[in-house]
Design a protein around this ligand. Sequence first.
Ligand code: ATP
Ligand code: MG
Length: 569
Amino acid sequence: MRASQFFIGTTKEMPNDAEIVSHQLMIRAGFIRRLGSGLYTWMPLGLRVVRKIEAIVREEMTAAGALELLMPAVQPAELWEESGRWEKYGPELLRVNDRHDRAFCVGPTHEEVITDIVRRDIRSYKQLPVNFYQVQTKFRDEIRPRFGVMRSREFIMKDAYSFDIDEAGMQQSFNKMHTAYTRIFDRIGLDYRAVDADSGSIGGAASTEFHVLADSGEDAVVYSTGSDFAANVEKAVAIATGERASATADMSRVATPGVHTVPELAEALDVPTTRCLKTLLVVGADEKHPVVALCVRGDHELNDIKAEHLPEIAEPLTFADAAAIKQVANCDAGSIGPVGLTIPVIVDATAALMADFVCGANENGAHLRDVNWGRDLPEPIVQDLRNVVEGDPDPTGTGTLKIVRGIEVGHIFQLGTTYSEALKASVTDEDGKPQTLQMGCYGIGITRVAAAAIEQNHDDKGIIWPRAIAPFEVVVSPIHAAKSEQTRVAAEALYEELRDAGFDVLLDDRPLRPGQMFADMELIGVPHRFVVSDKLLAEGQVEYRGRNDEEATLLRREEALEALRKSAS
Ligand code: ATP
Ligand code: MG
């Protein structure tokens, strides 16, 4: 491709909503343009990246036996009513009416549509297993679209759906997808981790998330130093170890004027935060108990997801307002404690092991010290309520936990019969009996992968694309070609040689100063660069520089292709 015939839309303008580096760089390098909140155009340069990611995904899906189809983006409401999700999905589902006033949605995902296809077209066990996939535009009316295409409203997803006669088959299909995903992210060249989204949790269908590791990631990912346990922090089970010590002192009330937070409390009473108990009042699920108290150790954080999954607690987790707190605990939020409360008190397993602890006295400006479960208040209801922290033991007992940030780029899930039952998708088995289909679903956020790759690979000059998904693999940059026929011809010849050898080459034939040409190509993130100039030609040389190299190297002109082959392998 010749740059003069392409569109290079690099810009100095920086949108003020671009909080993370991938969003900034995608705009500055001219990969995307914003149309509206969570809506982006993929410019020619950016689309090349998207297409390369898609190509790798398609190859590996095909290799794993999946078949590509393409479903409509707009889906009739009736199907979603059949699955029960028309009610359940909430405001993330964009609902529209057509001219006949029939209701539709713009698909955020395609379980319903694919199950409808399969219930009509797949009748016999002989047609199984089957795995259909598509690469298609989804719409989710995200509550907070942000970070550019990382969390947009419209985005491209690869979604695959497998159907099997039994659970063993579904597990096999799932394992095949696990392998395919590993191959895909290896080939793209990302540092990622496969994370069991249900690791350690009781029951629940198997589900694995694929996270690209990056500091800006929205998810916290936990892994073990001693086993292959890895989980999303949202789900990772916190292990309480040790035994509760015996009480050593009587409970007493201390004045703590102006103390509202755990750190303030720890300092005022000169105790570690691990001796303080944090009590939070939340809305209950049951009318009989409209407010429930949750306690965690002072240095721990409440895990909202674990909390809202408890039957006693309303979902989504909602904190009690000041009036409700006053009514139940007779104080403000900073002075609540479990002693004397007449509402259900649920305590995190680690907090339940505390002895001689400090907590709010349910009276502003006062706390209680040397409080002990079972002595000063009843033995608590114990649950896993907290986020794991670094250094916690892993659930297998063989290592400790580490936490890193991750960007979820893929998710594979064993759905079982949830949709096939609701939509009555069954086949006849060998004995002629109907069997409800066992289903799996498998997503990759194609456009999010592009953003995640940038989060992981950039410097102060711009993007450093992994070669497999770079918009161009190599650029040939002639210096002052407008003034030198010799340089122009030599650059053209090198461009053709590299192109004919199978490389995706850009010839930067724009009439620009060298500094500007180089800066553009570094911003865009082209992994390899050759410079051609009169001065170099006089010595029979070209200059080579890898995007990550400290310095350029001089090569004999005839060695250029071989050198590129070596650096690019
Ligand atoms: P998240 O927790 O990030 O909202 P999700 O659990 O809703 O993701 P899935 O329904 O599993 O996501 O969708 C499959 C994949 O689609 C995700 O792994 C992610 O890569 C991508 N994806 C989901 N939502 C978005 C979005 N708003 N913008 C871009 N990509 C997305
Ligand atoms: Mg989501």
